[in-house]
Write a new protein. Structure first.
Length: 98
């Protein structure tokens, strides 16, 4: 999976946006994380917003948990947030985290 699957859930007025990563463990459990993403001329900078793992036995349920977490963070923007399902994006490389 690569950045082609990076899909904004919500865009802020400064052009940065929320994104939700989804990974599947070897045990078959799905984990999601919520990120704030800022684009510059030559790279993306990611900041993790979820303080704990959002996981479930199904991909859709894990993504729903991440969506509801994002709604709690930004309740005024809930009407404009894209709801699951999301494309599978495994998250940023550690060098891209701020």
């Amino acid at each position: 999976m690569n950045r082609l699957n990076l899909e904004p859930v919500m865009t802020f007025s400064d052009g940065s946006y929320l994104a939700i990563s989804t990974e599947c463990s070897r045990e078959g459990e799905f984990t999601c994380s919520v990120y704030s993403v800022a684009e510059t001329d030559d790279h993306l900078a990611f900041r993790s917003l979820s303080r704990h793992a959002l996981f479930s036995s199904s991909c859709f349920a894990a993504q729903e948990q991440a969506y509801h977490y994002a709604v709690r963070l930004y309740p005024a923007a809930a009407q404009t947030m894209k709801k699951p399902p999301y494309l599978i994006w495994q998250g940023p490389r550690s060098s891209e985290l701020v």
